[in-house]
Design a protein around this ligand. Structure first.
Ligand code: F0G
Length: 437
């Protein structure tokens, strides 16, 4: 059974214990409204009692259960999630994403103990579903009718799918012509109302923030702390898969920086719950044409300025990341690093991940390109255990695949794999497959 859930949590009084407060001035938000930016500029945080310490056996047991909430790789870890009424929960279910080891990628990156966690295996093909199940469930509990987001593509696909399941209208704001056709197609197919904004993602995001109050929209961007709570489970599920033995590094791409914020929260929560003996270090990888976080990091976080963004990895083409301050905290608390890679490095990493049979979209490949660069720079030592997160599915951006492999002349790429066209005759076929027999 998938879909709306009618059972699974144990304490019906828990929702009363949930508070939403500004992370800067402490002002309390009504817990039954769309949590948006505070007038002081701060972002909403969730306050709820954590159950500590937590027995590991609980999760082993839930993994073999047939309950929808136990089968979800998000709700299985509900001690780390805000308490919501079980009847409001909408789940596909999400998570349960696999870990992969690839000899060719270990060799290419120079990292012997490289593990890939493939978040493209979520229901709509990206990690966004993990946050969406929690945020849409809160929207439902808050009796929202219309939900909205600004997106570079994946959030819009996820919002559209979960809103359809919850019986809500979704309005998605996207920068016109700047998101992949596959992601736009998902949002169209799931029935969202799509507003294409003539501008970049950052302007699209600003427009949504301006409009949300006036139009009474429940905002499902990663400003929404319920999204971040769900995304924490990438790290929590990962640690469970590793028998709670922390890797040395967790490497992820950075765009709007919601995931970076969520990973820091997850590491702190796991430690408080007694499930983490030491903190993995975070490494956030940006595309060098969209790298405001990298530049802030290089200044020792003394300066941060939004900038125009341009990269082939459209999912992370963001110049003014909403979760900058929270992400900064994640880097500081985990002794983390921020690195940049070029579009060429992203494309080569992607082609190698695809060729290994694993596959991902361009933004995801930034993490593996980043591992290689950090190993070459001596930041990651070759014997260290590294988990690189692949954030989206290969089919999210087939146009980039075709451009890479079918490009010719100066554009021909080292791993290019061009289809062959033949006349329908055995003789013609022998001619093109002579090297096979
Ligand atoms: N990878 C993929 C595939 C993404 O879609 C995104 C963000 C990121 C990485 C970056 O994650 O924003 O948490 O730092 N996509 C958003 C969207 C912005 O609208 O789909 P982040």
């Amino acid at each position: 059974m998938s879909g709306t859930c009618d059972g699974g949590t144990t304490d019906p009084d828990l929702p009363g214990l949930l508070r939403v407060a500004c992370d800067t001035c402490g002002r309390l938000f009504p817990p039954d409204q769309s949590p948006t930016r505070c007038p002081c500029g701060g972002l909403p945080d969730l306050l709820f009692p954590r159950h500590t310490p937590i027995e590991r056996d609980v999760y082993e047991h839930r993994q073999s259960s047939r309950q929808l909430l136990d089968r979800s790789g998000v709700w299985r870890y509900r001690e780390f999630l805000p308490p919501l009424p079980p009847a409001a929960i909408v789940s596909r279910p999400e998570g349960n994403t696999n870990l992969y080891i690839s000899a060719s990628l270990s060799s290419w990156t120079g990292c012997e103990r490289l593990v890939l966690k493939h978040e493209g295996e979520n229901p709509t093909g990206s990690f966004k579903d993990r946050g969406m199940t929690v945020a849409i469930s809160h929207a439902r509990a808050a009796q929202a009718r219309v939900v909205a987001c600004a997106s570079t593509g994946n959030t819009s696909a996820s919002v559209a799918a979960y809103a359809a399941m919850a019986g809500m209208l979704a309005i998605v704001f996207v920068p016109e012509g700047k998101i992949s056709a596959a992601k736009l197609g998902q949002a169209i197919a799931y029935g969202a109302r799509i507003v294409q904004v003539r501008g970049e993602f950052d302007e699209t995001m600003r427009l949504l923030e301006e409009a949300s109050q006036e139009l009474g929209l429940y905002v499902l961007n990663s400003i929404n702390p319920f999204r971040l709570a769900g995304q924490k489970t990438i790290v929590i599920e990962l640690l469970h898969q590793l028998s709670w033995e922390p890797p040395d590094w967790i490497v992820l791409p950075g765009g709007n920086l919601g995931n970076t914020a969520a990973f820091g929260l997850a590491i702190a929560d796991l430690q408080a719950a007694g499930l983490l003996s030491r903190r993995p270090r975070l490494a956030v990888i940006q595309a060098d044409g969209a790298a405001p976080f990298y530049r802030a990091y290089r200044s020792g976080f003394t300066m941060f300025s939004p900038e125009p963004a341009e990269t082939i990895a459209s999912a992370i083409r963001i110049g003014n990341p909403v979760s900058y301050r929270r992400a900064r905290r994640s880097i500081e608390e985990t002794d983390g690093v921020v690195e940049v890679v070029s579009d060429e490095e992203i494309l080569e990493a992607k082609a190698r991940i695809d060729r290994a049979g694993i596959g991902c979209e361009p933004a995801s490949a930034a993490s593996v390109a980043g591992v290689r660069k950090l190993v070459q720079g001596g930041v990651i030592e070759s014997g260290q255990m590294v988990v690189a997160v692949l954030t989206g599915h290969l089919l999210k951006d087939p146009d980039t695949v075709m451009a890479y492999h079918l490009g010719c002349g100066a554009q021909a790429r080292p791993l290019s794999n061009r289809p062959i066209t033949v006349a329908p005759s055995l003789e013609a076929l022998r001619g093109v497959l002579s090297d096979v027999a």
